[in-house]
Design a binder for this molecule. Structure first.
Ligand SMILES: [Zn+2]
Length: 264
């Protein structure tokens, strides 16, 4: 649908009939370094990472054009608040408000979650026709943002057994090093979070914790995108960008989900 070779590169996700879910990569937009991809300009979709706001909105417009539907973004604050987006007018290329979860039952209205190491979670109940996204970093996992999004989907009619979820690319448990005390404190409360880096130090497995939480909530089908943002240079990574030799900032990729537009 977008004939430009510089358009967004999209990974299609299986979230059920009548639902489209995609993940973006760092490539395919207009942003220069340090928001670029290794092989060209970057599709930086984050408004709060130092990139030019007009350029980020242009990147967001490229993504909406590629999808063929408007896309809603929230200002993510590492919390657990969820916004039910009921009005297509909320898709403004800016922000619908401060939240780390979005849900909707409106067809043809896409919800985005932005990440660069945190876990993007995409959810859909293709039977009840409800979709949602969650931004689950360390704080979001502790605050159970995934549980809050699922609860909000249930108020719109979703049923856990029918819900399909994708745990998107994020910092993996072999890379996400944290202090021992932090690992032990969180692991005591969050099943699946405890991990060890490939070099033998304390770590958190946030995608593993999100996966375990989804299953404990009765989500019928959970899939994982195994890509690690820190290891895969085609993805944005905050940790990689802020490492000793890094540029200090980077872009944000998106997970996006929407119900198929109502047939005309
Ligand atoms: Zn990794």
């Amino acid at each position: 649908m977008n004939g430009s070779p510089r358009g967004p590169r999209l990974t299609e996700l299986a979230l059920g009939a009548g639902v489209r879910g995609v993940l973006t990569e760092s490539a395919g937009g207009l942003s220069p370094a340090p928001w670029a991809a290794p092989d060209g300009p970057g599709l930086d979709l984050g408004l709060n990472v130092g990139d030019d706001a007009g350029r980020v909105r242009a990147n967001r417009a490229l993504l909406a054009e590629a999808l063929g539907v408007p896309v809603v973004y929230a200002t993510q604050v590492h919390g657990a608040d969820v916004i039910n987006v009921g009005d297509p007018a909320a898709a403004t290329l800016d922000s619908v408000g401060e939240a780390d979860g979005l849900v909707t039952a409106v067809p043809g209205l896409a919800l985005a979650v932005l990440v660069a190491d945190c876990v993007p979670v995409l959810l859909a109940d293709p039977v009840a026709r409800v979709v949602g996204v969650a931004h689950a970093g360390r704080r979001g996992v502790e605050l159970d943002v995934v549980g809050e999004v699922l609860a909000a989907m249930r108020t719109l009619g979703a049923s856990g057994a029918d819900v399909r979820a994708v745990v998107g690319p994020s910092a993996c448990g072999r890379c996400y090093e944290v202090p021992v005390a932090m690992r032990d404190e969180i692991a005591a409360r969050v099943p699946g979070a405890s991990s060890t880096t490939s070099w033998g130090t304390a770590a958190l497995d946030l995608p593993g914790a999100v996966d375990a939480r989804l299953r404990s909530l009765g989500v019928g089908h959970v899939a994982r995108d195994a890509r690690c943002t820190i290891e895969d240079s085609s993805l944005f990574s905050h940790r990689r960008a802020t490492a000793d030799e890094g540029p200090g900032t980077t872009g944000r990729l998106a997970g996006v989900v929407h119900l198929a537009p109502a047939s005309r």
